[in-house]
Each structure stands twice: as C-alpha cells, then as structure tokens.
Design a binder for this molecule. Structure first.
Ligand code: ADP
Length: 406
C-alpha cells in the first residue's frame, strides 16, 4: 500500500510517500516559503536522487501540483502514475469538538472542516486547498484527515475552559482545543521509548518550535495542558503570531487604528511574533543573521521568543508538580542550539542542566542534558507524516477502496 501524506503548514507543504508494507519512505519533499519570491520545491526520491526546483509557488494548490509532478516525473519520480497511490492522509489543523479521532474524508467532513476555518484562519484554508487539489489530481483515491486537535481532547474541563460566560462554551464550543497534537504525541512516545520508560510514568513537556509554536504538558501519558487555545494564535511567541496577549488590546488597537476585531486579529496572526517585533522576518534563520549583525530589534525578538518558552516550562512544571523530561522538536526546536540553551537557562531550582557540547552536536536525535541533570532534556525530530500514514492505514486498511469498489 503506497500512502501519500500531505502536511500543509501555513507557509510550507511537506510530503512523504510511504510504502506501508514496511513503513519505508519512497520519496519526500518540502515546498518551502510558499507565497514568497524565493519559494522552492526540494524533492528526494529515495535511492534515485534529489532535485531542487525553483519556480513561482504562489499558493498550496500550485505546491500540490508540483509535488504530484515530482512524484510521477519519468526521470526522477518513483511512481508511473498517480493510480499507484492507495490513499492520501492529510494533516488537518482544527477539528473543533466534532473530531476526537482521524476520519475518512467525505462531503460532511469537508463541510465540518470548513466550519472550523473561523477558528484556524491561517491553517484550515491551506489544508482544504491541499485536500481539494489532491482530490482533483488523484480522483477516487480515499483521503483521510488527521487532526491536530485530537491528542489534546484528554485535557480536563477545568483546564480547557476559559473563565467566560459558560454559555459561550455550551452554545459555540468556545474553549481551548490545542494544536500540533500529532507532533506532541509522536515525540512524547518516541522520547519515552528512547528512555526505555513508559510514557505514563514520566512528567514531560514537549516544545514544538516551528513557524507555529506550542508547548504541552503530558502527565499520565495524556495531554494535560497545551499553550494554544481556541485557535493556534495563543501561547508562545511564533514566527508571525503574537501568542498570549491581553484580549483588551484588540479593542484598544481597533479604536486607535480604526480597524474591526478581525482586522486586529489578522495583524496578530500575520504581522506579529518574530516578524512584528524584529521588522525583519518570520524566519528564525533570518532573525539570527540580523541579530548577529547587530540589529537590536532582532535581538529583542530572539530574547522575547526564548523568555516565553522559559515561562511556560516553569508554569507546566508547576502544574505537574515537577518535570522529568523536556523535549524540543520542529524546525527551531531541532536545529537551533542557541534557542534551546537560552530557554533552558536559570532553571537550577528545577534541576535542568544542559550539556553545551551535546546541545551543539550535529546528531538529530539526542539527549542534551548532563548525566546528572534531574530533568532529561532531549531533541527528538518530529515525524507527523509517519503518524498520519499509520492513521491512514488504520482507517483505510491495506486494500485501496478504489480497487474494492470495482
Ligand atoms: P512549519 O512546519 O510550522 O512551517 P517548521 O517546523 O518547518 O515550521 O519550522 C520552521 C522554522 O524553523 C523557521 O523559523 C526556520 O527559520 C526554523 N529553522 C529551520 N532550520 C533552522 C536552523 N538551522 N536554525 C534555526 N532555525 C531553523
């Protein structure tokens, strides 16, 4: 069974084609910086070769068609035609209260995912565009949605409720949902298995630091609390999202800037975070370059970014009455030793002791704390794609329904 996994982020499309008979990756790729001038597709056909294509990639629809072309290219592709794809699994960011598990996509599911756009305006539209483009280019192939919100459904009510009139929750589902669930779940399980301990016995914090950032407290093997809320705007400072903010800022800024609430929220979603503070970029690599060159606002953005991670680590350690394992993952979490070092600094009272050499080593999966550190700090690359492929196989089975229907 060949399963294609499509993960449309806010500015990227990651894909992997799996042979699910042995869970091996046949091909993978990344369309990076979608919508920017320097967008590119990096495609890797395992055992055949790699290619980088630079062309205009204005949106996720073009990214999907470039991905299919790369997979079926006569020279460097791994498929003769799209008919070889048995199923497509999609990362879908917001499932609202309707989906606490993955699901095979039909018209009702699409309608429900569209209903959630209001809560995930940066992400669900990219996910929808990805699903619709795949349906067009791979007609009849079953598509599965795997929701970012599902893992956090275990949060207790006193944690997921906002202290606002209760009817907003009852009538409209206004509550904390949390996101990046597939990633938090994957790295938590992987970290526990590397440490050869049951996850349920570890008080763990997982920090997913990508363009979007979230941090989760995991106790008894379940998500206890996570930093994102009703939407992926809450919590940590992100590439272009503000994270935590006094909600009254929306009204105050609206009055001053003569914008309605949606106008202000768009600024909080698209023009804030690293980008808003630095005025340089939403991309951490650019922030480092500018900060190293002496740009004070880039230095400030970096300081704010790391400070907020520290603040959440402290909060969640308090929620769990201690901390055994801290895991960093995603683009920044996996690749940025500086951010990891600053985020872990001044935690003597918790017993976090980082090993500088381990932190800077090129290994991808590693323990970066000292042997005597009370908290084991780790870097674990996320693999949302493999999780999604497994979920897709679980729901579609090993036989393609396309064949079964004949
Ligand atoms: P998303 O999936 O949310 O688009 P990613 O997990 O791909 O995000 O992470 C993107 C972020 O990772 C960007 O801010 C990028 O600058 C950062 N990143 C990638 N490589 C590095 C690196 N070597 N050092 C620092 N940051 C990096």
């Amino acid at each position: 069974m060949k399963t294609l996994v499509v993960n449309c982020g806010s500015s990227s499309l990651k894909y992997q084609l799996f042979n699910m008979e042995n869970e091996t990756v046949m091909a993978k790729g990344l369309v990076d910086r979608i919508g920017q001038e320097n967008a590119s597709l990096k495609h890797d056909s395992v055992g055949i070769g790699r290619i980088t294509i630079r062309s205009g990639i204005p949106d996720h629809s073009k990214a999907v068609s470039d991905m299919i072309n790369a997979l079926t290219d006569p020279e460097y592709g791994v498929l003769k035609s799209v008919d070889e794809i048995a199923a497509v699994g999609h990362r879908v960011v917001h499932g609202g209260e309707k989906f606490s598990d993955s699901v095979v996509i039909d018209n009702n599911v699409m309608a429900a995912v569209k209903d959630c756009v209001v809560y995930a305006p940066l992400h669900n539209p990219s996910n929808i565009m990805g699903i619709e483009s795949c349906e067009k280019l791979c007609p009849g192939v079953p598509q599965v949605a795997v929701f970012d919100t599902a893992f956090h459904q275990t949060m207790p009510k006193h944690v997921y409720l906002y202290a606002i009139p209760y009817e907003y929750y009852e009538k409209h589902g206004v509550r904390r949902y949390g996101f990046h669930g597939t990633s938090h779940q994957f790295v938590a399980n992987r970290a526990a298995s590397l440490l050869k301990k049951p996850l349920k016995d570890l008080r763990m914090i997982t920090a997913h630091l990508g363009n979007g950032c979230s941090i989760t407290a995991i106790k008894d093997g379940k998500s206890l609390e996570t930093s994102m809320g009703l939407t992926p705007l809450n919590g940590l400072m992100m590439g272009q999202r503000s994270g935590d903010i006094d909600p009254a800022v929306v009204a105050a800024m609206g009055d001053i800037e003569k914008l309605d609430a949606n106008g202000i929220v768009a600024i909080l979603n698209k023009k804030s975070g690293l980008l808003g503070v630095s005025g340089v970029s939403n991309d951490m690599r650019d922030i480092h370059k500018a900060a190293d060159a002496g740009n004070e606002r880039a230095q400030l953005a970096l300081k704010m970014f790391c400070y907020r991670i520290r603040k959440y680590i402290g909060t969640y350690a308090a929620s769990m009455n201690g901390l055994d394992v801290l895991v960093f993952t995603a683009g920044i979490g996996e690749n940025d030793p500086y951010v990891r070092e600053v985020a872990c600094s001044n935690f003597d009272f918790l017993g976090i002791e980082l090993d500088k050499k381990r932190n800077e080593s090129p290994e991808k999966e590693k323990i970066i704390s000292t042997d005597k550190s009370k908290v084991t700090v780790m870097v674990v690359p996320t693999n949302e794609e493999l999780m999604i492929a497994r979920e897709t196989r679980r729901l579609v089975g090993n036989n393609s329904p396309k064949k079964a229907k004949k």
